[in-house]
Structures are given as structure tokens and as C-alpha cells.
Design a protein around this ligand. Structure first.
Ligand code: TRP
Length: 491
């Protein structure tokens, strides 16, 4: 009865599309290529895949199993399982909240760029105000009003999908969006690979080369890959707990827990193959302002340059639109999952009390609060700008909280530091300790084996992961994040 009120996935395929949709996002299309670019290409890829297998699989299985076991969102799940661990649910909930508030602003940028390329298609010079890529991005991030508008549109779209419920909203959307996303990505990959000089990029990604380990340092590469891995897989804040809670006992958890990370990694590699060869090609052709290791500016500055100057003309605008629209789709299917984590908490509470869940109203209210929190991100010009170019003067003091912002560069960095830097690695450590040492790996086994004719195949492997590899690996991530955010110089 309770499950009926909360909603359920209509099919395993639908669940997979939603979960893969959550995992595949800005992390894959933006974070992965630029981090790979800055961390030695191939060497980074190898370390990344290694981490997916030994850390990612287990956290995924753990989250899905705990969620399906309790049939509740992240707060309800931890509360039900252990009084002592109840607060872990709260840090998951808060992480979702903070991540979504800046994720939506960035999602709004992808909309702005999609629209920009469409306008350029119609009439040259109208989409980006005749500005170059660096200049345009610099002006966009300090345009508070524009940012607010696109943030509002992005959040409204996210809310409208989540309002529709699990199968009627999230599943219905992602079942169409994810295959479409994949096809769009393939088209961009083909275009990218057929550019003159594209092999420079392919080689950078795929030719065995471990010089980064000595040049950048193995620990640094490992730290970056580990942080990227768990963000990209949507782990550590109970997103997969929440999605798992809508899964029927008939579906094979162990199999699903492997399919999602594998699909996410394939998407990340594909995104690399869409981006790196194009960057390589125009680097090779000597187009100004294009190189692999340009950091966070890759998505909005380098790639804009690739489409508008490198490819140029009608084809450039067309592929520019296709590419940024694809990134928008990837971002919104992730944003949906973040909002669902937050909304599920309130829905669960009402269902527990025997009330009607009132999903529509709750989703709107929660989404609106997230929007408000994101307003700060819209208005501070991202600190000094992630474009890596000229310093951009942030507008005046905001609500007297200048110090916090100045200390962390920007509100985005501050929210990111709380969520990705501290709460999420901590959440993942505690989840694995809960499973490995408090409840015992048997909880996972029992939950998996509730499915008729299914046995947990790799029990020993999972046990070692939950007890040792995940907690140690995630402590390492936590240290790496703190090191990054506070510049401790540990690595
Ligand atoms: N995984 C998404 C990305 O790669 C972002 C995301 C969605 C996320 N839900 C999450 C990250 C939950 C951490 C936790 O962009």
C-alpha cells in the first residue's frame, strides 16, 4: 500500500534509464574530459576504470540494496536501519540540495548556449552578441539577470518532470531522453573523429602513456580520478538509495549495480571521444585558444571556440547546438534525481502518516527553495570566473556574507565544498562501514536474494569492498577534497 502511494518504476529498463540518466551528467561531459585533459589522458582513464570496479560497483550495490530494503528515501532509510546512523541521511539530503542549487545554474548555461547556436544558425552574430568565446563566457557569468532567468527555466523544467512521479514523470522522460542523448553523442563523435588532425586527441586519450604518474604524481591522478568517479556515478548522497527504493523485488540488484557504472563509464569515454578529437584537431590546425588541459573552461570556452571558430559557419552552429543541447539533456536527467532525493523525504513523511503524498505541491515547494539557494550562485559571477581568463570583478557584498564567498572563491565553490568535498565522501564512508561492520554484508545478500532464483554471485568480493576498499578509498577521496578546497598541500 505504501509503495503504491510512493510510486514504482514501470520496468527495469525504465529504472536503468533513470539511474543512468542520473549518473550521466555534467560530470561526464564536462568534468571527465577536462580532468582527463589535465591529468595525463590515458593514465587517468586507467586509474578511473580501476576505481569504478573496486569502489564504484560496491557503493552502487550498497545504496540500491539499502533503498530497496527499506522502501524509503535517504533520510528514512538510514533512520530505519540504525538510530546511530540517522544523521547520515540528513547529510545526503543536504548534499542533494546544495548540488542541485548550483547544478541548475550550470544547466541554465547549457540552455543559453543551445539557444545561442540556434540564433546563430538563423542570423550570424545574434546568438552570442558577436563576442568571442572567452569574452562571451566572461560576460555571461556576470550577467546576474540572465543567469537567474536560465536558472529559473532549468529548475522549472526539472520540477515539471519530477512532479509527474516516478513512472509517469521521471521514467517517462528518461526513457526517451537517454537513448536520444546517446544518438546525439554518436553523431558528434563521428563529426569530431572525421576532422583533420583528430587523431592527436584520440592518441592523447587512448595511447598507453603513464608519464603523468611521474610528472603530475600518481597520488594526484588517483585523487582526482577518485573524486570524479563517485560524483559521476551519483554516489555518496543517497541518490541511488532513493532510486532503489522504487525498484520491485523482482529485479536483479547485483546486475543493475554493475550495468549503471559500466554505462556511465561508456558515456564518459564517449564524451571524451566527442571532445578530445575536436580539441586535438583544432590544436593541430593551430586555431587560437584551444588546448587539452584548459581546465574547467573546456566546456564553455574551448568548445565554444571549437564550434564557432574551428568548425565555423552553418556546420559549426548546427553541431554547436546539437552538442550543447545534448549536454542540457544530460544535465536535466541528473538534476531530476537530485530533486527527487529532496522531494522523497517530504513525500515519505506524509506517506508514513497515512496522508496523501501530495507530490506535486511538495515538489514545487522544494524546487522553489532550491531555486532560491541557487540565486546566490547566479549573482556572484562565479567568483573570479572559471574561464581562467581575465579576473572578473564580482558585484558587491551579498547579504553581508562576503567573507564566506571570498574564502571559497564563489558560492558555487562553497556549496560544492560542503556537498562534494565533505558530506558525500563522508556519506559513502559511513554507508560502507554500516554495511561492512555494523549490519554485516549479509543485509545486501539477503536483499539481493529476495529476487526469485537470484543468488549474490560475488559475496566475498563485495565483503572485501565494503569492509576495506571502499572506506579506505573514500577516506582518501575525503582527504583529497579537503586538500583541494583548503589548499592543504597534502598531495
Ligand atoms: N552524476 C551526475 C553528473 O555526473 C551528477 C549527480 C546527479 C550527482 N545526482 C547526483 C552527483 C548525486 C552526486 C550525487 O553530473
Amino acid at each position: 500500500m505504501e509503495q503504491e502511494k510512493r510510486g514504482q518504476w514501470g520496468s527495469n529498463f525504465g529504472f536503468l534509464m533513470a539511474a543512468i540518466g542520473s549518473a550521466v551528467g555534467l560530470g561526464n561531459i564536462w568534468g571527465f574530459p577536462y580532468k582527463m585533459g589535465a591529468n595525463g589522458g590515458f593514465a587517468f582513464l586507467v586509474v578511473y576504470l580501476f576505481l569504478v570496479v573496486f569502489v564504484g560497483f560496491a557503493i552502487m550495490l550498497g545504496e540500491l540494496a539499502l533503498g530497496r530494503k527499506t522502501g524509503m528515501g535517504v533520510v528514512g532509510t538510514y533512520k530505519t536501519l540504525s538510530k546511530k546512523f540517522a544523521w547520515v541521511g540528513w547529510i545526503g539530503f543536504l548534499s542533494g540540495f546544495f548540488i542541485l542549487s548550483f547544478y541548475s545554474v550550470l544547466g541554465g548555461y547549457t540552455l543559453r548556449y543551445s539557444l545561442g547556436f540556434i540564433l546563430e544558425l538563423l542570423s550570424s552574430g545574434t546568438g552570442f552578441g558577436g563576442m568571442g568565446s572567452g569574452e562571451f563566457f566572461g560576460s555571461l557569468i556576470v550577467s546576474g539577470g540572465t543567469n537567474l532567468l536560465y536558472h529559473a527555466i532549468f529548475m522549472s523544467l526539472t520540477i515539471s518532470i519530477v512532479m509527474g512521479g516516478i513512472s509517469g514523470g521521471i521514467e517517462r522522460f528518461t526513457k526517451v531522453a537517454m537513448p536520444a542523448l546517446f544518438i546525439m553523442l554518436l553523431i558528434v563523435i563521428i563529426r569530431s573523429l572525421t576532422l583533420e588532425g583528430s587523431m592527436v586527441g584520440v592518441e592523447f586519450m587512448l595511447a598507453p602513456n603513464f608519464s603523468a604518474f611521474s610528472e603530475i604524481g600518481f597520488m594526484r591522478v588517483l585523487k582526482t580520478a577518485a573524486g570524479q568517479m563517485f560524483f559521476s556515478l551519483s554516489l555518496g548522497m543517497g541518490c541511488m538509495i532513493t532510486y532503489g527504493s522504487y525498484l520491485s523485488k523482482h529485479e536483479n540488484l547485483e546486475k543493475n549495480a554493475m550495468i549503471i557504472p559500466i554505462a556511465d563509464s561508456i558515456f564518459a569515454i564517449c564524451a571524451g571521444l566527442a571532445v578530445m578529437p575536436a580539441v586535438g584537431a583544432f590544436m593541430y590546425q593551430g586555431v587560437e585558444g584551444i588546448s587539452f588541459g584548459q581546465g574547467p573552461g573546456l566546456l564553455f570556452v574551448t568548445l565554444h571556440q571549437v564550434f564557432s571558430v574551428g568548425m565555423g559557419g552553418f556546420v559549426g552552429n548546427l553541431f554547436g547546438f546539437l552538442f550543447y543541447f545534448l549536454v542540457f539533456i544530460a544535465a536535466i536527467t541528473s538534476a531530476i534525481s537530485l530533486l527527487e532525493v529532496c522531494a522523497a523525504f517530504f513525500i515519505d513523511r506524509r506517506v508514513e502518516k497515512g496522508l496523501d503524498p501530495d507530490r506535486k505541491k511538495l515538489t514545487i515547494v522544494v524546487g522553489f527553495i532550491v531555486f532560491l539557494v541557487g540565486v546566490l550562485v547566479c549573482l556572484d559571477g562565479l567568483g573570479s570566473g572559471v574561464a581562467g581568463g581575465a579576473a572578473i570583478d564580482p558585484p558587491g557584498v551579498m547579504f553581508g556574507m562576503k567573507d564566506i564567498r571570498v574564502a571559497f572563491g564563489s558560492w558555487l565553490d562553497f556549496y560544492d565544498m560542503i556537498a562534494e568535498g565533505i558530506f558525500m565522501p563522508l556519506g559513502a564512508i559511513l554507508m560502507s562501514v554500516l554495511i561492512g561492520w555494523v549490519l554485516g554484508t549479509n543485509v545486501v545478500k539477503e536483499e539481493v536474494e529476495l529476487t526469485p532464483d537470484v543468488q549474490l554471485k560475488a559475496y566475498k568480493f563485495w565483503e572485501i569492498c565494503f569492509k576495506f576498499i571502499v572506506p579506505i578509498g573514500m577516506c582518501f577521496v575525503l582527504m583529497g577534497q579537503l586538500d583541494d578546497f583548503f589548499g592543504l598541500g597534502i598531495f
